[in-house]
Design a protein around this ligand. Structure first.
Ligand code: UD1
Length: 423
């Protein structure tokens, strides 16, 4: 079983280049199905969720190649199968975008119910509501854990989302792109991924307006063409490195970032006493984070974008275990996202969890220990805790980290971290 061995205590120092956004890439890859021709997608992170999605499209008959530099070519014109039921499909969340993409393109789809990180109940009722409003019939076969959707025609409509779900917004956008007429998504998610996927659809000749606001209008098109498109930088990876820099009392410059995507994280690090500077080198923006070994406590409530992202609640929780004073974390999006705190407590962290609230009394030092990650961002949080602790820790469950962080340990090592992957 693989694990990271981490000797903590050294501040992270140097320059790190942020990879493409996993969550945007995982929407753009299936969106390529909507085109009648090949698309080239650049700046994808070389992580296991991305390569897994490539294999799934290949199983459907598409021609797919993925280079280690993050360039994926997808030719969907050879797709000859509309059923994706392998274990790989149920192993990650974003496979559910096949529903919107294949339904939109071919009017029929069957997939295994999606899996993904165990961070709480993850219903897909809003996705289904959207497909049905477009005219599809959706059935769930609980016995075989399958979901099917079919429609003779999809017709534009208005869909109101009960909550600003990222997944539902993207899925409905995908299906509506090939529907007849105009679809309006009201109370849409505003995350940068949504804008990126909308830009990709538009580059293929689609018409998506208003992405990034809470009302998105999609005018269906009968034909979309191929294109070349580069994914935006990953705000969650950037946020993770910003928090890791602050947690270790380091001094790190992040390249390939869009600074305003990081406003919520920067604000909380500044409030805790870190220095966060945005500058440009004449061509591109960069962000520098510098901090003393212990920040001040801060209170955080996770929210939809542009609020503080739930994905960074876990790395931030690790940082706050050593902050001066008492912090309150409120997790408002996913109910099981505090499980990693049991591992932090074994390092000596003082945490009381009550339902969706965690009260953290910062301690001077964490002590190294062996820990197990149970989801992607929890994995990053445990690595950050180990980097800021005294002594040598092991973090197990790194298959989760590999799902979403490209070359994580290499990037950390280049910043001076003592981290190795071992079996
Ligand atoms: C996506 C991201 C994930 C991130 C999350 C919130 C991907 C692959 N994953 O997940 O990293 O943590 O956004 O930013 O992009 N909900 C319903 N019914 C639905 C859909 C959602 O009740 O039909 C609820 C969920 O249970 C959750 C909330 O809405 O409480 C937000 O979920 P959503 O935004 O859909 O998250 P995902 O798309 O699953």
């Amino acid at each position: 079983m693989s694990y990271f061995e981490i000797r903590g205590g050294a501040p992270l120092e140097g320059i790190v280049t942020i990879s493409g956004a996993k969550n945007a890439g995982l929407g753009v890859i299936p969106a390529a199905i909507l085109a009648g021709e090949a698309c080239i997608i650049e700046n994808l992170p070389y992580v296991s969720d991305v390569s897994c999605f490539g294999r799934i499209l290949t199983q459907l008959g598409a021609k797919v190649s993925l280079e280690p530099n993050g360039v994926m070519t997808i030719d969907p014109s050879t797709i000859n199968c509309l059923s994706a039921t392998s274990n790989e499909v149920s192993s990650f969340r974003a496979s559910y975008y096949l529903l919107g993409a294949l339904l939109g393109r071919y009017g029929m789809v069957e997939i295994a119910l999606p899996g993904g990180c165990d961070i709480g109940d993850r219903p897909i009722d809003q996705h289904i509501k959207g497909f049905e409003a477009l005219g599809a019939t959706v059935t769930i076969d609980e016995d075989n854990a399958l979901i099917r959707a079919e429609a003779k025609r999809l017709v534009g409509c208005e869909v109101y989302l009960d909550m600003a779900s990222v997944g539902a917004t993207i899925n409905i956008m995908l299906a509506a792109t090939r529907a007849e007429g105009r679809t309006t998504i009201v109370n849409a998610a505003k995350e940068p991924y949504i804008v990126d996927i909308a830009n990709f659809i538009n580059m293929m000749g689609g018409s998506v307006r208003g992405a990034g606001t809470d009302e998105i209008k999609i005018t269906g098109r009968q034909r979309l063409h191929g294109c070349t498109y580069a994914i935006i930088p990953d705000m969650m990876e950037a946020g993770t490195f910003m928090i890791a820099a602050a947690a270790t009392g380091g001094n790190v410059v992040l390249n390939n970032v869009i600074p305003n995507h990081l406003d919520a994280i920067s604000a909380k690090l500044l409030e805790g006493g870190a220095l966060v500077e945005v500058d440009d080198d004449g061509r591109d923006f960069y962000v520098r984070v510098r901090a003393d070994r212990r920040l001040r406590a801060v209170n955080i409530k996770t929210q939809y974008y542009p609020g503080f992202p739930t994905d960074l609640q876990q790395p931030m929780g690790a940082l706050l275990t050593r902050a001066k004073g008492r912090s309150l974390l409120i997790e408002d999006i996913f109910e099981h996202r505090f499980k990693y705190m049991d591992e932090l407590k074994r390092m000596g962290a003082q945490i009381v969890v009550n339902n969706r609230r965690a009260m953290i009394d910062g301690v001077e030092e964490l002590c190294a220990c062996d820990m197990r990650a149970n989801d992607l961002r929890a994995g990053a949080a445990l690595v950050i805790a180990a980097l800021s602790a005294q002594g040598t820790s092991r973090v197990y469950g790194i298959k989760y980290i590999d799902r979403g962080y490209e070359h994580f340990e290499h990037k950390l090592r280049a910043l001076g971290a003592d981290i190795t992957r071992a079996d």
